[in-house]
Design a protein around this ligand. Structure first.
Ligand SMILES: *[C@@H]1O[C@H](CO)[C@@H](O)[C@H](O)[C@H]1NC(C)=O
Ligand SMILES: *[C@@H]1O[C@H](CO)[C@@H](O)[C@H](O)[C@H]1NC(C)=O
Length: 220
């Protein structure tokens, strides 16, 4: 190829090797009721430099998804912080397309779309944020009804992310499960574990603490 052709080719492909030609449709006959309940985020693909920084600190976090009668969703997610468990709530508004929602990203200060690309409700879901694929904004997540990372699920997620043009390095499958929420009053040993964990976080120092804090913002 001549240099001019190479440049043209790069422009066509988008600047980051993302597959911008793909049309991504939500899960056919999406059923919001069946989709609600507990989910664990067991994988994240994100090409942003910010994610590259925090990727190794990422944990499998628990989320609880509830819907209202209109079909809007609220996602509550828990993450461990130096002072204990922190809770974040994200509001997803339904659109005219079942399986597609919008929400305001506090981190990027823009409204983003969110698509439930594939789910079988009882087991897993593949969720895409910002389908007009963009290095800073787009994220794919794999959710499971349990925190167990089954190889076939991970494989499904990886191949989906790679098919969109994500690089291998942008795909994170956290090894540890976040201990939050730590609710059980009757099981003080869990609280003790949470306490020891938070002390350890302190010892890791300010940089680690900062990173932990920003990890919680990943849902944005
Ligand atoms: C989400 O939470 C907000 C604030 O608590 C509430 O006003 C709204 O009705 C909730 N929406 C859903 C879908 O539960
Ligand atoms: C969802 O997928 C899992 C395996 O991936 C399977 O065991 C389960 O039966 C499926 N559920 C439905 C409702 O298809």
């Amino acid at each position: 190829m001549t240099p001019a052709l190479v440049i043209l080719f790069c422009v066509f492909m988008g600047t980051h090797g993302f597959n911008t030609q793909l049309v991504i449709e939500p899960q056919p006959n999406f059923d919001v009721e069946k989709f609600t309940g507990e989910w664990y985020r067991i994988g994240v693909a994100d090409e942003s430099p910010f994610f590259a920084m925090i990727k190794n600190h990422l944990k499998v976090s628990k989320g609880l998804l509830v819907s209202d009668t209109n079909g809007n969703l609220n996602l509550t997610m828990w993450s461990i912080r130096p002072y204990g468990c922190s809770v974040s709530v994200y509001s997803y508004e339904k659109t005219d397309v079942p399986g597609e929602f919008t929400y305001f990203s506090k981190r990027h200060k823009i409204t983003k779309d969110i698509t439930i690309v594939e789910t079988n409700y009882t087991d897993y879901s593949l969720v895409l944020k910002y389908k007009n694929i963009h290095k800073e904004y787009t994220q794919v997540a794999l959710y499971g009804r349990s925190s167990i990372q089954r190889p076939e699920l991970i494989e499904k997620f990886r191949s989906f992310a790679l098919s969109l043009g994500f690089s291998d390095e942008a795909i994170a499958i956290p090894a540890d499960v976040d201990p939050c929420p730590i609710l059980e009053q009757s099981q003080p040993w869990i609280q003790t574990l949470g306490y020891i964990y938070s002390v350890l976080l302190h010892i890791w120092g300010t940089v680690s603490v900062l990173t932990q804090t920003t990890t919680g913002e990943m849902q944005h």
